[in-house]
Design a protein around this ligand. Structure first.
Ligand SMILES: Nc1ncnc2c1ncn2[C@@H]1O[C@H](COP(=O)(O)OP(=O)(O)OP(=O)(O)O)[C@@H](O)[C@H]1O
Ligand SMILES: O=c1[nH]c(=O)c2[nH+]cn([C@@H]3O[C@H](COP(=O)(O)O)[C@@H](O)[C@H]3O)c2[nH]1
Ligand SMILES: NC(=O)CC[C@H](N)C(=O)O
Ligand SMILES: [Mg+2]
Length: 676
């Protein structure tokens, strides 16, 4: 269990709406330093409370752009505090703008892990190596540096860090707070200890003790109705509640929402019984599939009742309905009991809240996806004081540490997470037979083709080639030319959209697919690098997959109409079960953090155009991460042996009704772990 050394010194984090704002908190507190977290638009009076202990300011990233206008607003607030400042991403842009630099849309966006060079003579990078592996996610950057600033970090064509020539003001375009910035902790440590001159005093605070205190004071004399999925978070929650209140005051409920994995609910209830938790199972698949929620329709003053879940295509509406149905069921259970004597509990974590755009996490963050535990109705319950969430400031790796400390069995603590809405965000729905094409689909597809065939086409003449050339650095060009030595890659834009997180904002864009001739000896490293380049050079693509089997030529036209009905759910359930069995057989579960299996409404290789499209395709999404805020696609041969991947693909393609199997190569960002 992590101990927090808390000294009097404080670092103020100014929140501009970053997905990782609270991760900055966490990383600074891990250095033993207290933090204050305030929104970007706070007044000088608010920011300067506790001025005596304020030693430094960090301005976070955010979905906005750090233009001169945005910087102007900070002149009378953050910049007046007279302590060292570190700007991250949006914060870096704002510092640059404040000192006369030009911040504008960059030629190519950058989302993911990149290699940069840092100036080790800057106190921010003191003691570090010149080459660093960092996470960036932005579409804007510094293109011309102001007179009072100097550049302290660069990458292929981008300014990655600046420092004021006389004042202790620094900016980094990358995110030192996340795990994908391998030595990010050292940057934050340098800032706090060397630049802000904070000395550590050891006052220990135990987070488990704080959690237990929090539970006892908010529950008081009541009994807790705890929502238990059997996942890591809710199991740790139940153990904490039992420790704080005693088993007689914890009533555990597991809901089978009809969207669980094969036999999941039965196995979960059994596993929880084994650790002494008596769980009541509530079966309500029908309620979920027919569930509705209130939605705002453009032009209507009052909210309207949505259609049923089993007719909805929009991922956010699907998620909100599921969240609301969870709450309706709990509300009915409460009404059956003496409701004043009970309170609800959920295992909500920090990422659930930030990704749902909860104001509890940030006043300014974008909603990436609504987690079911933060649906409109869940928020009502929370605001009315009818629900507690003792793990709301924890990240997954911290919850696991807490679970170990509570002596929970390793197989429970190390389980792969499974989202509350279950298989629903893994079934990409499509109402009709016709592919979903944006107006300029052909332009996008041609550009994708040009990128993959650049080595053959670069001698030709076209406007599209000129515009691509303008975006290519020497490194990128060299890589694209080197594709001539790889078996030919056939790219295609898939007619399906998927959710991503780019520059701290939500994207909902095309997925691209690469394929090769059957039996070709592909290089996963090359495909992974190509994925990075495609998501940089095609703003409308946030995800790339490799398709197993023979090459796919031309646009994908065959759509199998798909909704959240028992047919689609059971097809995915079978494919997921085949994939998981194979992972278990190879003892490869532990190599991955999670492996969502996704159902796409795409039928490839149809024998005859006169028969209807009936099949679906499957995407495997093996993923490695610590805290699930950022992470990497697991690369075959590097994170997971290639024969295991081939066996999983073969097992899944043997499931009835499956057309092709694909492998997602996208990091987070620009993709998310789940597809919707
Ligand atoms: N089927 C379910 N029945 C009852 N409660 C659920 C169910 N699914 C989710 N929940 C509640 O929603 C919370 C958030 O779900 P989430 O999937 O994020 O966490 P988890 O299932 O506890 O852990 P993991 O992330 O490991 O799957 C859970 O902690 C639990 O309180
Ligand atoms: O209970 C949940 N309700 C949700 O709505 C939800 N969405 C994502 N997840 C899980 O959270 C982690 C991060 O996922 P993303 O990168 O897709 O946001 C991964 O572990 C995801 O599986 C969810 N869990
Ligand atoms: N992560 C960030 O702070 C991104 C800043 C800004 N939204 C950009 O895309 O450049
Ligand atoms: Mg879960």
């Amino acid at each position: 269990m992590k101990m927090n050394n808390v000294s009097d010194a404080q670092i103020l984090i100014i929140d501009a709406g970053a997905q990782y704002g609270k991760v900055i908190n966490r990383k600074i507190e891990e250095l033993g330093i207290k933090t204050v977290f305030l929104p970007l638009n706070s007044t000088f009076e608010t920011l300067s409370q506790n001025a005596a202990s304020l030693k430094g300011v960090i301005i976070s990233g955010g979905p906005g752009v750090g233009t001169a206008e945005a910087a102007q607003a900070l002149k009378d607030t953050a910049f007046k505090l007279d302590v060292p400042i570190l700007g991250i991403c949006f914060g870096n842009q704002i510092i640059a703008s404040a000192f006369g630099s030009t911040v504008e849309s960059t030629k190519v966006r950058e989302d993911g892990q990149f290699r940069i060079k840092v100036d080790v003579s800057s106190p921010l990078f003191s003691g570090m190596k010149e080459e660093q592996e960092v996470l960036v996610t932005h579409g804007y950057g510094i293109t011309k540096i102001g007179p009072e600033l100097k550049i302290i970090a660069t990458s292929d064509g981008h300014i990655q860090g600046v420092q004021h020539t006389t004042k202790p003001i620094f900016g980094v375009q990358f995110h030192p707070e996340v795990d994908l910035t391998v030595h990010g902790r050292e940057v934050l440590r340098n800032f706090c200890y060397n630049i802000c001159n904070i000395a550590i005093r050891d006052v220990m605070k135990n987070r488990q003790a704080l959690c237990l205190e929090d539970i006892r004071s908010s529950v008081q004399e009541r009994t807790v109705l705890a929502l238990l999925s059997g996942g890591v978070d809710s199991t740790v929650l139940a153990a904490l509640l039992t420790k704080a209140l005693g088993p007689s005051r914890v009533l555990a409920i597991h809901i089978d929402n009809g969207l669980m994995r094969k036999n999941e609910s039965t196995l979960v209830v059994k596993a929880l019984k084994n650790i002494g938790l008596d769980v009541k199972r509530v079966d309500c698949a029908y309620r979920f599939l027919n569930g509705k929620t209130w939605v705002h329709v453009e032009g209507c003053k009052n909210a309207q009742l949505s259609d049923c879940l089993n007719t909805i295509v929009d991922p956010e509406q699907k998620r909100r309905i599921i969240g609301d149905v969870f709450m309706h069921i709990m509300s009915e259970l409460l009404n059956d009991l003496d409701k004043d004597k009970f309170i609800l509990a959920q295992g909500t974590l920090a990422p659930d809240l930030i990704e749902s755009g909860s104001k509890l996490s940030s006043a300014m963050a974008d909603t990436i996806k609504t987690h079911h535990n933060d649906s409109p109705l869940a928020r009502e319950f929370r605001n009315a004081g009818k629900m507690i969430e003792p793990l709301r400031t924890f990240y997954k790796d911290e919850v696991r540490e807490l679970g170990r400390e509570l002596n929970l069995p390793a197989e429970l603590v190390n389980r792969h997470p499974f989202p509350g809405p279950g298989l629903a965000p893994r079934i990409i729905c499509q109402l009709d037979l016709y592919p979903w094409y944006l107006e300029n689909y052909n332009d996008f597809n041609n550009r994708l083709n040009l990128i993959c065939s650049y080595h053959r086409l670069r001698a030709t003449q076209s406007q599209m080639l000129n515009s691509l050339e303008a975006q290519l650095s020497d490194q990128k060009r060299e890589f694209l030319i080197s594709l001539k030595d790889h078996p030919r890659i056939y790219p295609v834009l898939l007619p399906v959209r998927t959710v991503g997180v780019q520059g701290d904002g939500r994207t909902y864009s095309y997925a691209a697919a690469f394929s090769c001739e059957a039996g070709a000896k592909i290089s996963w490293d090359v495909l992974s690098h190509l994925t990075k380049l495609v998501t940089m050079l095609c703003p409308n693509v946030n995800r790339c997959c490799f398709v197993f089997g023979d090459k796919i030529e031309g646009p994908v036209r065959d759509i199998t109409p798909t909704l959240l009905n028992p047919g689609a759910i059971s097809r995915l359930r079978e494919a997921d079960s085949a994939a998981m069995d194979m992972l278990r057989q190879h003892d490869a579960m532990k190599l991955l953090s999670q492996m969502p299996v996704i159902l796409l409404p795409l039928h490839f290789d149809r024998a005859s155009r006169h028969d209807p499209s009936t099949k679906h395709s499957i995407v495997l999404r093996p993923f490695v991460t610590q805290d699930f805020m950022t992470g990497s696609a697991a690369i075959p041969g590097k994170h997971i042996p290639e024969p295991v991947v081939n066996d999983i693909a073969a097992a899944v393609s043997g499931v009835l009704g499956i057309s092709r199997v694909m492998y997602d190569l996208t990091d987070k960002p620009p993709g998310t772990t789940e597809w919707e």
